[in-house]
Design a protein around this ligand. Structure first.
Ligand SMILES: Nc1nc2c(c(=O)[nH]1)N[C@H]1C(S)=C(S)[C@@H](COP(=O)(O)O)O[C@H]1N2
Ligand SMILES: [Mo]
Length: 437
């Protein structure tokens, strides 16, 4: 099965629990339940896996030790494949990539069980938050290694709602298609993150004058299983790292980080490609040059420096690193392809990396006329903004609701897709089809 976002095609594929287990039962068992086979191959449950499975079936399992690895409890037929996630669409199972349908992103703050998952490799097993450490080194005066407890004790702990969007969100609509996960709308979320400001930590470490870029390292393994290879190591310019909203987070929505969202420690850089927000974070290396780790170079998370026609072959040296994500909005109510009465509330979110949203407009007549939605300010810098509008339909029939956000720099979402070879930054308007009667 194919896997690498950068090299191999992988079309959208939604599978249920049973199909997933059928392809690689042991792997699936580990990923969903945390169960691993013991060396003599008799079914064996690690304590954590057993607890997860018991929680899912709703009772303790007295004969658990007899249960073969890879066996799906019969009571879980049709159950969600991702433990602790609700209604996500699985795009790929190795690595796990799953997006949230727009109508499940309706909450002003995204609950943990609705936060999308984008993995480039294999998440670490048996994570112990009490012994986890983060090392800051490179071009700093005082290199340091801190536990999560050290972070909590030595720096101000803050909670911020921060919007995170994968650089490839919307890739599925590219024509000609772009290789990689075929995200539609739901590789975006705005959860509340608790942690410490990266800049406070960097100030304590003392940046040397040469410092220009961060380089992030985490505990996930390469898909090949080769321990000398790492799946991803990206970074950001020091100016982004020093923003007040750049966090080292150890909590999500008042609870622990979900294992697939980087537990026990991760970076969150709102408004920049999600790939900057390193999960299972262990090291931040401060560099005197633009970082050149895996998925920083070549065409990864890069776009041509100039507009290109769909299908254009662009020389590698003409690609530039994506920094802020563009202005965009999402309609979270009503859902696409639904039946409504003759009026409805339309609502959703809008965001623009390192900027705020100035207005959101809605059309029900294919863009001929627009109505301005009521728009909330962000709950804090870096959060998406919630908006809503009551809409009356003039006669019964099929309508498309379109949403168009405009940001604080006056930049408006386009109707057409800004095509680029790797399928990044699709911020074309969200369209939702409904029948009114
Ligand atoms: N260590 C590590 N961090 C990572 C990744 C990864 O594969 N490994 N994926 C990145 C990408 S591409 C995105 S879009 C975000 C997604 O965060 P989420 O899975 O919590 O939604 O995590 C980023 N951080
Ligand atoms: Mo991403």
């Amino acid at each position: 099965m194919a896997l690498d976002d950068d090299n191999k095609p992988k079309r959208t594929e939604t599978r249920n629990l049973h199909e997933f287990f059928a392809s690689d039962p042991e792997r699936a068992d580990y990923e969903f339940f945390g169960r691993v086979a013991n060396p003599n191959r008799r079914g064996f449950l690690k304590k954590t896996g057993l607890a997860t499975m018991a929680a899912m079936v709703g009772a303790n399992i007295p004969f658990a030790q007899n249960m073969p690895i890879g066996l799906v409890p019969a009571a879980l037929a049709g159950e969600d494949v991702l433990v602790g996630k609700d209604g996500l669409t699985l795009l790929n199972d190795r690595p796990v990539n799953a997006e949230t349908p727009p109508e499940l992103l309706d909450d002003p703050i995204t609950p943990t069980n609705r936060h999308f998952i984008r993995n480039n490799g294999i998440p670490p097993e048996d994570v112990d938050p009490s012994t986890w450490t983060l090392t800051i080194d490179g071009f700093v005066n005082n290199p340091m290694t801190l536990t999560i407890q050290d972070l909590k004790e030595q720096f101000e702990v803050v909670t911020l709602a921060l919007a995170l969007e994968c650089g490839g969100n919307g890739r599925a609509f590219f024509d000609p298609p772009a290789k990689g996960n075929q995200w539609t709308y739901g590789a975006v979320a705005c959860s509340e993150w608790t942690g410490v400001r990266l800049r406070d930590v960097l100030n304590k470490a003392g940046l040397k004058p040469e410092a220009v870029y961060t380089a992030h390292y985490g505990a996930d393994g390469h898909l090949s299983g080769d321990p000398n290879k790492i799946p991803i190591s990206r970074g950001v310019p020091i100016s982004k790292a020093m923003m007040e909203t750049s966090l080292i987070a150890f909590e999500m929505n008042g609870g622990p980080l979900h294992p697939m969202n980087g537990a026990p420690l991760r970076l969150v850089y709102p408004g920049w490609p999600g790939s900057c927000s390193h999960k299972w974070l262990q090291r931040i290396w401060i560099r005197d040059q633009v970082h050149d780790g895996p998925k920083m170079t070549g065409t990864s998370y890069r776009v041509p420096a100039y507009p290109v026609a769909p299908g254009t072959k662009v020389p590698k040296e003409d690609f530039v690193i994506i920094e802020r994500m563009p202005v965009k909005s999402l309609i979270t109510y009503p859902a696409n392809d639904t039946d409504l009465g003759m009026s409805t509330e339309v609502r959703g979110h809008a965001w623009s990396g390192d900027r705020t949203i100035e207005r959101v407009d809605i059309s029900i007549d294919f863009g001929a006329t627009w109505m301005q939605a009521e728009l909330d300010p962000p709950v804090n810098e870096g959060a998406w903004q919630n908006w809503r509008l009551n809409v009356d339909f003039p006669v019964a029939g099929y309508y498309e609701i379109w949403a168009r956000a405009t940001d604080s720099a006056g930049v408006m979402q386009p109707f057409a897709i800004n095509w680029n070879p790797k399928g990044y930054l699709n911020n074309s308007m969200h369209r939702v089809g409904v029948r009114a009667s």
